[in-house]
Write a protein that binds this ligand. Structure first.
Ligand code: ADP
Ligand code: 5GP
Length: 207
């Protein structure tokens, strides 16, 4: 079946494990998926590399990119801009990859509005306490930043009903497998296979 890639959005509270899940999913299924690299005005964390985790930029360059229409979506999160460059997503989908956007809730809803066939997944930790422990354990943010992100998590709950799937990141491997299964199942939906159905129908008529 010759099908183009689909668009997938993954969101979740800071510290849930989205980055960890993405890394593992891409390690296991490198041929299936492409992960979009966002543009951001936040400063790199220790160990983060330009063009790997993000394209790091300043507000002026980010606003120029918005004005040029170079972003599929963008949002402000805890004082910084984050956005999805259009070009990479387009080319990877055309090449047949399922493209994953790991983005926050406002951007997710913009994508769903523009591209209603997008699959939206929200990843949660097994408990609020676990979330706090994970974000502290990561050790990359100050107490002030952690506090801002925890407050934002409360607001983000309001957006979850707009998503298609809820995943619990308790055991990492289980969560990664569940994500892969959801995407695989979505690709088998009748609505996504109209061209194939038409093709087999006309072939049957010719027989
Ligand atoms: P996010 O990208 O959602 O902000 P990270 O992927 O950076 O979160 O994960 C936050 C912390 O939680 C990291 O230290 C990571 O190693 C840890 N972590 C992620 N998933 C799990 C899991 N399933 N079990 C235990 N720890 C996890
Ligand atoms: P972090 O600073 O922890 O890397 O990311 C903060 C939040 O921004 C996370 O919820 C992450 O999913 C989100 N994010 C990352 N890239 C983008 C993007 O391109 N667009 C939007 N809307 N959110 C993003």
């Amino acid at each position: 079946m010759d099908q183009k890639g689909i668009l997938i959005v993954v969101s979740g509270f800071a510290g849930t494990g989205k980055g960890t899940i993405m890394k593992r999913l891409l390690q296991k299924y490198a041929d299936n998926y492409a992960l979009s690299v966002s543009m951001t005005t936040r400063a790199p964390r220790p160990g983060e590399q330009e063009g790997v985790e993000y394209f790091f930029t300043d507000r002026e360059a980010f606003e120029k990119k918005i004005a040029e229409g170079g972003l599929i979506e963008y949002a402000s999160y805890c004082g910084n801009y984050y956005g999805t460059p259009r070009e990479y997503v387009k080319s990877q989908m055309e090449a047949g990859k399922d493209v994953i956007l790991e983005i926050e809730v406002q951007g997710a809803l913009q994508v769903k509005e523009k591209y209603p066939e997008t699959v939206l997944m929200f990843v949660v930790p097994p408990s609020a306490r676990t979330l706090y422990e994970r974000i502290r354990g990561r050790g990359t943010e100050t107490d002030e930043v952690i506090s801002a992100r925890m407050h934002r998590a409360v607001e983000e709950c309001e957006y979850i009903p707009g998503y298609d799937y809820l995943l619990v990141n308790d055991d990492l491997e289980t969560c990664v497998e569940q994500m892969h299964h959801i995407i695989s199942s979505e690709k088998m939906s009748v609505a996504r296979n109209v061209a194939f159905i038409e093709e087999i129908s006309s072939e049957l008529q010719e027989l």
